[in-house]
Design a protein around this ligand. Structure first.
Ligand code: NFS
Length: 649
């Protein structure tokens, strides 16, 4: 740990007790973590405002909030153009991440249909038929394989379609879709949208922030209703659609007497394959022979979230804890695939003698071992990793210190399960949800999602915000690292209804559900879009997603993927609040456009605050505004049906 001037107090860095313990230990061990680096590296003030343009070599041109608003770059680009261009490229990068992931899952699906991939099969044919039907593919009396092939061909358009509208927009409420058509932002294939976004943000092309914003929305929609949605749906078809399952969270899931294998990343394939390897009797015997009680498979970040909601695999923590978990000394192997993998993990792993393995050709780390995961023989990779882990267990040299904290939560609330949960097998629908919103027991719905970021106290804003929302009768849907924060805080159990307002608590108690529903990884934000569409379709809450008493928030975001998600929620009609920082200069035209004007086009709009209580206030005010517009702002008195009413009926 070289140059750090003054270390911040651990209690100012995180509210996660396990991570706090490990930061303290790492400091004692002389190992630097991202929290310390964040302290040592002040963010560039111009970059933080997105007021720097380096799209050509006449610059880089730096404008900032102190410069006069009419200061322009060498080519004449205004602050609004520069900020919109930068924003567009960030959204394009986030969209590329989700859609490339989605495409890889679709290719796996093709391999399963062709029979070239043998370790996986179609696990949820019902969902396959459902999705096919929703895209107008003939299913009646046809073989599963034929329908699957048609579905593959149709969904390939999500990525490659040059003109027209991508297939999944058939699931968008018609009024929302009409507003997109009016604005000219119905997405074509993601490749086309990302290509055009990159083109339009090059030097001397699109220099009108409003026109750029249209392409930003179109690109982001190709993510939310495209790549991400395909990723979720095909993963469900291949690995099973989640339904509620009890899961253990936090670093206490590591077991000193077991071989601990951590899978961290975003593609469910690695963790699904690892489950097969870890369950193999010969591997189990090998682990026993090495003196272990068994193999303990643990997930982290988003693939961890996806797989836990399908199989109940324990989860050790979110983005800001991935280095800290290595500090326990108890990790016998950490393997990673794509996205949110900090380069420094390899160095920290080396400090604790933990094998660290990259597995995806897209995401290697200089110096780190690479064992390719080939979907045609995935177990070749995962078996080798398990063997490495067992070998490390046998020769453990590092002292072990596992934080004991474990929380248990119920997760895996897919859109399909929510339908069933509310009405049972025969009357499953979103009607009870809508009715409870209309009668005011539930004030509204919020999606609280996204990353953790060492520049805000880990988990703090997620937990504070969600507590305040449920206290105000807002049902909270969650994905990503935010879901992990709330799971660790113990709010994903039905008992957490005790912390909810009386209306929401009553609904939760009746249904037996937690007030905070975990839906999965960040690509599973598409589940929130589908749930929102279903609420519109069910009736009584307006005609477009923008009419719903709903809001979204990513209080501790850090990734470009989060900006893509935020923009597709905004374009879909959701008021979306981001916390901690926003890459924009306040008071500019571009800022006004994103934060105010978009709402006038039947879209949502952006909001920003760095205080979770203020975020809650903003979201509640928006929800109340929508309730007022729908004429349901006054919670109706609960009317009990008496004998006279029954007779009248
Ligand atoms: Ni989402 Fe998943 Fe977490 Fe943020 Fe990273 S893990 S895709 S980007 S940090 S929520």
């Amino acid at each position: 740990m070289a140059k750090i001037k003054e270390l911040m107090k651990v209690e100012d860095l995180t509210t996660c007790e396990s991570t706090a313990q490990m930061i303290t230990k790492a400091r004692k061990d002389g190992v630097e973590l991202l929290f310390d680096r964040a302290n040592d590296m002040k963010p560039c003030p111009i970059g933080a405002l997105s007021a720097c343009c380096k799209h050509c070599s006449m610059g880089p041109c730096r404008l900032n909030s102190n410069a006069p608003y009419d200061r322009v770059g060498v080519c004449g680009a205004t602050a609004d153009t520069i900020m919109a261009r930068n924003f567009g490229r960030m959204v394009a990068a986030g969209t590329a991440a989700h859609t490339d992931h989605g495409m890889a899952i679709l290719e796996l699906f093709k391999g399963v249909i062709d029979g070239t991939v043998k370790d996986f099969k179609i696990k949820d044919p019902l969902k396959l038929y459902e999705i096919a039907k929703s895209l107008d593919i003939e299913t009646e009396g046809r073989e599963l394989k034929d329908v699957a092939l048609d579905l593959y061909r149709e969904l390939e358009l999500t990525f490659s379609q040059v003109n027209g509208e991508i297939p999944m927009v058939k699931r968008v409420p018609i009024k929302t879709l009409e507003s997109w058509r009016k604005e000219g932002i119905v997405p074509r294939g993601a490749m086309r949208e990302i290509m055009e976004m990159m083109h339009r943000t090059a030097i001397g092309v699109d220099q009108d922030y409003e026109n750029l914003t249209k392409q930003i929305s179109r690109t982001a929609l190709a993510d939310g209703w495209g790549g991400s949605m395909v990723s979720t749906d095909i993963s469900d078809i291949l690995f099973g659609t989640p339904s509620p399952v009890e899961v253990k969270f936090d670093m206490g899931v590591l077991k000193e007497d077991h071989v601990n294998v951590i899978v961290h990343g975003h593609d469910p394939l690695l963790l699904e394959a690892m489950m097969i390897s870890a369950a193999d009797p010969s591997m189990k015997k090998f682990a026993k022979d090495a003196g272990a009680k068994g193999i303990n498979l643990v997930g982290m970040c988003c693939s961890g979230l996806e797989v836990l909601s399908r199989h109940g695999v324990p989860h050790a923590g979110n983005f800001s804890s991935t280095e800290a978990v290595l500090v326990t000394g108890a990790v016998d192997a950490m393997c990673v695939d794509i996205q949110c993998i900090k380069q420094d993990l390899f160095r920290v792993a080396e400090c604790y003698d933990t094998p660290f393995i990259t597995t995806n050709y897209r995401a290697k780390i200089e110096g780190a071992p690479y064992i390719p995961l080939d979907e045609h023989e995935p177990l070749k990779c995962t078996d080798e990793i398990v063997i490495k882990a067992i070998t490390r267990f046998k020769t453990r040299k590092m002292p072990i210190q596992i934080p004991h904290k474990v929380s248990t939560g119920i997760h895996g609330f897919s859109y399909e399960y929510i339908t069933y949960m509310l009405g049972g097998s025969f009357r499953g629908s979103y009607t009870p949800l809508n009715e409870n919103i209309i009668n005011g027991r539930i004030r509204g719905v919020a999606g609280v999602v996204g990353c953790t970021n060492p520049r805000s106290k880990q988990d703090f804003s997620h937990v504070e915000l969600v507590k305040e929302l449920i206290r105000n009768d807002v049902l909270v849907l969650q994905t990503g690292c935010s879901q992990v924060a709330l799971a660790k805080a113990g709010l994903t159990v039905p008992g957490a209804a005790a912390m909810a307002g009386p209306g929401l608590a009553e609904v939760c108690e009746t249904v037996g559900m937690p007030p905070v529903l975990g839906l999965g990884s960040c690509v599973d934000n598409s589940r929130i879009l589908i749930a929102a569409s279903e609420m519109v379709r069910t009736g009584g809450l307006g005609n477009s997603i923008a009419d719903l008493p709903a809001a979204g928030c990513a209080p501790e975001w850090m990734s470009e993927k989060a900006l893509a998600i935020g923009q597709y929620f905004v374009a879909s009609g959701v008021y979306t609040v981001f916390g901690h920082t926003f890459p924009i200069i306040q008071g500019t035209k571009f800022q006004k456009h994103l934060f105010e004007e978009l709402e006038g086009k039947d879209f949502g709009k952006w909001g920003f605050s760095d205080d979770p209580h203020e975020m809650a206030r903003m979201m509640l005010a928006h929800i109340d505004k929508k309730r007022e517009a729908l004429g349901i702002n006054k919670a109706r008195e609960r009317v009990l049906v008496g004998m006279d009413d029954r007779r009248a009926l």
